[in-house]
Unconditional design. Structure first.
Length: 271
């Protein structure tokens, strides 16, 4: 098996929540090659809607950057195409989104409201830019940045709850700066996913301290590298610290739940 030594910036926040779940979701081939089984999982509708939202925003900001006309209908067209592709092999629905029409409407209006609030003020110099940095020991840190301005990184987030993503933004800042770009600020623009019978809330902008975020990213990827190397040497799942108290410790969200790779979670016995 070819060893995968790429660490994705977008993985950094989830490692602190459960390192073992991160390994099972992001590097399943390596886990299975070591002799462990994992559950096959469909993606969540929340993730599909997030991707559909990004598709509309990417198209709009790319049009702006290239001085092309932005068609209002493009948000729905991009959302529909992206979501149909994301769910074609199955999806896990949830209470906020129970069918595909609702999913397309939610992605469309999430993108639209971000565009309405921030379309005029964001000035992209690069869209969906993939950047990498050498982080030693044979590993590469790789980030996919939604929008880079002259001196700021902008990331779009969606979901029913806004998470804390400091390590991800530290990672973006590191890969951008190591490729010669200036980063004076990092901004997260969040659009909340709510049921289609409710009004779409206004998006929010959250800024993160760059120095602190970069430290968080470095501390986390240093542990990821060490854990991966220890697993290759010992083949022991316990090199990845489990967190059975995580809100995502369930058969719906974790490929390791109920498998030989993790026995740390609650295992209620039938009466
Ligand atoms: S089952 Fe729970 S503790 Fe085990 S890897 Fe998954 S989330 Fe972590």
């Amino acid at each position: 098996m070819t060893l995968n030594n790429i660490i994705r910036v977008s993985d950094l926040p989830s490692v602190a929540d459960c390192s073992r779940r991160w390994m099972s979701r992001s590097r399943p081939a390596e886990v299975k090659a070591a002799g462990f089984d994992l559950r096959e999982m469909s993606s969540s509708i929340g993730a599909a809607i997030g991707t559909g939202t990004h598709a509309g925003l990417e198209n709009a900001f790319r049009s702006k950057m290239e001085a092309r006309v932005i068609e209002v209908e493009s948000f729905r067209e991009c959302a529909a195409e992206s979501i149909m592709e994301s769910i074609k092999d199955g999806v896990i629905w949830d209470d906020a989104t129970t069918n595909v029409d609702a999913a397309i409407t939610q992605a469309t209006r999430q993108a639209r409201i971000i565009w309405d609030y921030f379309g005029d003020v964001i000035e992209p110099v690069a869209i969906e830019e993939r950047l990498s940095a050498d982080i030693g020991d044979g590993f590469i840190l790789r980030g996919h940045i939604d929008v880079r301005e002259a001196a700021r990184v902008v990331d779009f987030k969606t979901g029913t709850v806004q998470r804390a993503n400091q390590p991800q933004y530290g990672g973006y800042s590191l890969v951008a700066r190591s490729n010669g770009h200036t980063v004076d600020a990092v901004a997260e623009i969040y659009s909340k996913r709510v049921g289609v019978t409710r009004d779409q809330p206004a998006p929010t902008l959250t800024e993160y301290d760059i120095a602190e975020s970069e430290i968080a990213a470095q501390e986390i990827y240093t542990r990821m590298k060490a854990d991966i190397l220890a697993f290759r040497e010992r083949g022991d799942p316990w090199v990845f610290l489990p967190n059975p108290n995580s809100m995502n410790c369930s058969e719906n969200y974790c490929p390791a739940w109920g498998t030989s790779f993790c026995r740390a979670h609650k295992q209620p016995k039938a009466k």
